[in-house]
Write a protein that binds this ligand. Sequence first.
Ligand SMILES: [Ca+2]
Length: 693
Amino acid sequence: MACITEAAVGFPNASGTIPPENGMLPEILGERGWNTYMVGKWHLCPTVEMNIASTRRNWPSGRGFERWYGFLGAETNQWYPDLVYDNHPVDQPKLPADGYHFTDDITDKALEFIKDAKTVAPDKPFFLYYAPGAAHAPHHVPKEWIAKFKGRFDMGYEAMREQTLARQKQLGIVPADTELPPLNPIGTPQTRTGPDGQPFPPLDVTRPWDSLNAEEKRLFARMAEVYAGFLAHADHHIGRLLDYLEESGQRENTMMVLVSDNGASGEGGPNGSVNENKMFNGVPDDLQANLAMIDELGGTKTYNHYPNGWAMAFNTPFKMWKRYEFNGGTADPCIISWPSASPGAAAGKGELRHQYHHAIDIVPTILDTLGMAPPATIKGHVQSAFDGVSMRYSVEDPSAPSARVTQFYSMLGSRGIWHDGWKAVTTHPTISGWSNFNDDTWELYHTDTDRAELHDLAAEHPGKLRELVNLWFAEAGANGAFPLDDRSPLEILTTPRPQLTSPRDRYVYFPGTAEIPEQQAVNVRNRSYVIGAVVDIPAPGASGVLFAQGARFGGHALYVKDNRLHYVNNFVGVMEQKIDGTQDIPTGENLILSASFSKDGEDPPGVSTGILSLYHGDTKVGEGRIKTQPGMFSVAGEGLCVGRDSGEPVTGDYPGVHPHAFTGGTIRRVAVDVSGDPYVDLEREAAAMLARE
Ligand SMILES: [Ca+2]
């Protein structure tokens, strides 16, 4: 699994799947008598399998977890999560207005799972994989948690880096002579262009704090306060798990491993974002619009991310962030609490270790601690050999040399390799579209002493650099890292990927079914479409959602309010384009209420513009010019539904209460036609369908 499923290109190891020969810990432990639970983020199955019709072979339940509760995709709205429970999507137990938050919810579930089995079999061991949405975007957290950090980031990101580094030195986390890299360590649009003259990606430029005006400083500092609140809130809930273990006498008999999954994220770009979906759609963020939302940050109206200056500060003392193979993208904290009975546990308490290790070393460490050999086969699949090694030796002997010798890295066009205390890394901007990988500049660092990768020794040690670059290619071949792919987010996200059924000209949906994930639903991007609902309305007063796809941060919906038909197209959360019916909804059976978008141009390229018309049967009752979203409505979740809008609503204009169900009539079905045929043909087709019933 060379990259996330949303960037899968279908080559071996870039298919969004962890192959069965790479067995997972719950698959191993479940067979040996452990109960196995997972809550939170999965993101380890292909998008084609993130739906109710798919095989569950790559779901947590297919990979050894007996019980699970969380979301399948890359991220989820923490107020309106894309919840799946064991084998099917479920509605959240309560709404944000009633105190719902995802971290709170999954922690309750984790405790429930453990307690359920402990009640029946107190001595049976358990394995829990707890992966909160925190602190991935969106940074959603109750206001009181944000307030705890008021003013704490006013010093700006450069000053914060200095304070953090000083504390790290005091604690002995980094060598005493560690220095801070400059902001913009790989260049700026002024200093660098691609091999074919391509621009330096503006997303990866950091604005110096003293170049910001007072309003920008206020906004950027608030974004960091929100993030800190989100993380502290998650920490609080992790504490609830520890409290339970303590109270139930299991604390000293439990091994705990705490890691983050990559460096802090630069996805917020130079200015941060109140809606990161803009980035995925190639829509620039607007500072004034963001400023206007400052008091909403962290709440239900934002899908927010801090500016990349904070990513660098939170990665102190490293360069760059997630997506990059500099240490800012790859170095993570790892805290291990050993069961008190394990060798060296008492000696290692509260101590630091400096040996080089990687996430792939965690499974061998746990098996080693349990005195358990990995199985030769799982469900008939012969298992691959571990590249990772146990870290247990380091507890017993802090001065032992690193048991790892080589670690290979490659991500979205950035490449690196660590070998025996040295590291070679390219300065290639990720998701830049620069390509021409043979022209990449490789830098060489002695990271045993230079953790911040500040002193490039490539010119001094060309032989060492050659050795490492050659080793990178050998490891890349062995790990299926080719082809390299540095295309833009929009190109990557809109690349066609497998669907369970081949694309159709016409999709028919029904009320009362599970939400249809966007990847498996009709694709209305950059084309004409007609949404037609066939309804029975016995008397005036029908109201609610006929069709909805997406959310506040991008989506569209057809609904009835005040006895009129309405269509709204929420363009990337930037603007709601609303078309209102000008006549009262008729009553009767088999009425066709529809919205027809006729594309007549693109502005800018890739963004369709055209006329959206509303109809009652064949009578036009409204029209207006709109533009439609070029990329996905949502990175994950917020699918298509009929008769309600699940999760976050597309608009605040709906009548009634969440999920704004259609009432006062019956929806027979909703058809979405993308054949490009004119409206009248659709109606004829609909009439023919009715005749066949
Ligand atoms: Ca929704």
